[in-house]
Write a protein that binds this ligand. Structure first.
Ligand code: ACO
Length: 437
């Protein structure tokens, strides 16, 4: 995976004054977006650390993969706007783009598609591994375990210093993630695993592995498969979010890629990250009818209620999440295709969106619908139980995690991630034997 010919440029310097000492810090300039003040020498020259819990003002790396402008509502993969990719591309082509930096030629795409298709089966012994889980295990618990266990099955692609092994590991994970997610689902409902089928595309294959049963013929629906493919595109990468940073941090120690992606899955599981679409759907179900929206909006505005409108607001987007627009359209397409014309959840969602977008509280705080607002309704209509929502997110985000992990491994300035701290514990003191305490 060659690194694209982009690199930061010098952008002058900033001066920090600590006591009577003045320290000159270089500023680096990217292609677009805010410059960064390079604070690497601050500790050696100034004997201070920077403090930024939650990393709200900290760039942890240089990256040429994904760009977000939260104020303008822009999301670019390798420079291409998400709206254009969602309309004209497909998930496999987007995977190639994220991994390689450029759109593929027809031949490159064919070879890549073929490589992914040929890696979709999992080692047969993995099905035994599944059977060790309780039936009622959450699919994300199963995903964490099984993806981590891949390193025990594919020893020939765990040497991170071998570019060929890194590529094979990448192909394996992108290809096998739908199989593993579908197996987690089938296991939870007590149905037999469905093997992948190579004449189907990525999303058709996944839908079949989830919803086909051996007793019946399964016919794929191209509209639903395309909608799912678009959902995968929208979730494929999102620069240095919590799970991606987790993957990078795990990988910075030299851990194998399967273990790193398992770490990303664990982080994604949290309700503030991958679990938000489940929470948004639950809230819409709880509201139940448009007549109850004002009551919920009032609660969301009341600081003492502790209630927030799920699917609204984003740490980075202070404008309409560009993915939410595509998601809304995809939601309509899926409901139309399935003949769900007057879905009460969709009616509540649309009315809630209208009311919130015109309410001064939400306008002033720049709280817009995020991708999770419409994805829950769409995934539910496609037939997925809420417990699978985050597993689908993990499936789609795998390519982003891998692209970011590979970029880090290939970066000559990469070091093990090792944050420092502001120590506020007890100062040095002497041990007191237990009988004297
Ligand atoms: N409903 C009501 N008020 C809100 C909401 C909301 N959904 N989100 C933020 N606010 C208010 C806060 O109360 C706060 O008000 P204040 O300034 O008067 O104290 C202000 O807006 C800023 O909120 P913060 O929590 O400081 O903003 P932050 O950027 O840290 O949080 C977050 C972003 C966590 C996404 C938040 O908007 C939220 O909780 N949203 C609901 C959950 C959700 O939809 N999460 C999905 C995120 S997208 C994703 O992970 C793919």
């Amino acid at each position: 995976m060659p690194k694209p010919p982009f690199a930061s440029k010098s952008g002058g310097s900033a001066t920090v004054v600590i006591g009577n000492k003045s320290i000159e810090l270089p500023i680096s300039r990217g292609t677009i977006g805010p410059d960064v003040v390079d604070v690497r020498k601050l500790y050696s020259d100034g004997d201070v650390f920077t403090y930024d819990p939650g990393f709200t003002s900290t760039a942890s790396c240089e990256s040429a993969i994904t760009y977000i402008d939260g104020d303008e509502g822009v999301l670019l993969y390798r420079g291409y706007p998400i709206e254009q990719l969602a309309e004209h591309s497909d998930f496999i082509e987007v995977c190639y783009l994220l991994l390689h930096g450029d759109l593929p030629s027809a031949d490159q795409l064919k070879t890549f598609r073929n490589a992914i298709t040929r890696h979709t089966m999992v080692h047969e012994q993995i099905s035994m591994f599944f059977r060790g889980f309780r039936r009622d295990a959450h699919p994300m618990a199963v995903m964490c375990g099984v993806v981590g266990a891949l390193s025990a099955f594919y020893h020939d692609s765990t040497d991170i210093n071998d570019p060929m092994q890194r590529t094979i590991a990448s192909h394996r994970m992108i290809a096998k993630m739908p199989t593993i997610a579908a197996m987690a689902y089938k296991y939870s409902i007590g149905q037999p695993f469905i093997y992948p089928q190579n004449n189907l595309n990525y999303s058709e294959n996944f839908l079949r592995m989830c919803f086909a049963v051996p007793a019946e013929e399964h016919k794929s629906n191209p509209v639903l498969a395309r909608a799912l493919d678009r959902i995968f595109i929208l979730h494929a990468d999102h620069e240095q979010n919590a799970s991606t940073s987790t993957v990078r941090l795990a990988g910075s120690s030299g851990a194998n890629p399967f273990a790193c992606i398992a770490a990303g899955i664990a982080c994604l599981w949290g309700p503030a990250h991958g679990g938000a679409n489940e929470a948004a759907l639950k809230m819409l179900e709880e509201i139940g009818h448009v007549s109850r929206i004002p009551e919920y909006v009032a609660r969301a505005k009341d600081k003492n209620s502790g209630f927030r409108l799920m699917g609204f607001g984003h740490r980075v987007y202070k404008n309409y999440d560009p993915r939410a627009k595509v998601m809304q359209q995809t939601c309509h397409e899926v409901l139309d295709e399935l003949g769900i014309r007057n879905d009460p959840l969709l009616q509540v969602a649309m009315e809630l969106e209208k009311i919130a977008l015109n309410d001064p509280y939400f306008v002033e705080k720049k709280l817009y619908p995020n991708i999770d607002f419409y994805s829950g309704i769409t995934l539910k209509a496609l037939g997925f139980p809420t417990s699978m929502f985050t597993a689908l997110f993990a499936l789609a985000r795998t390519v982003g995690w891998i692209a970011q992990w590979a970029e880090m491994i290939e970066d000559p300035s990469q070091k093990i991630g090792r944050p420092r701290q502001l120590y506020v514990g007890a100062p040095k003191r002497d041990y007191v034997p237990v009988h004297k305490r």
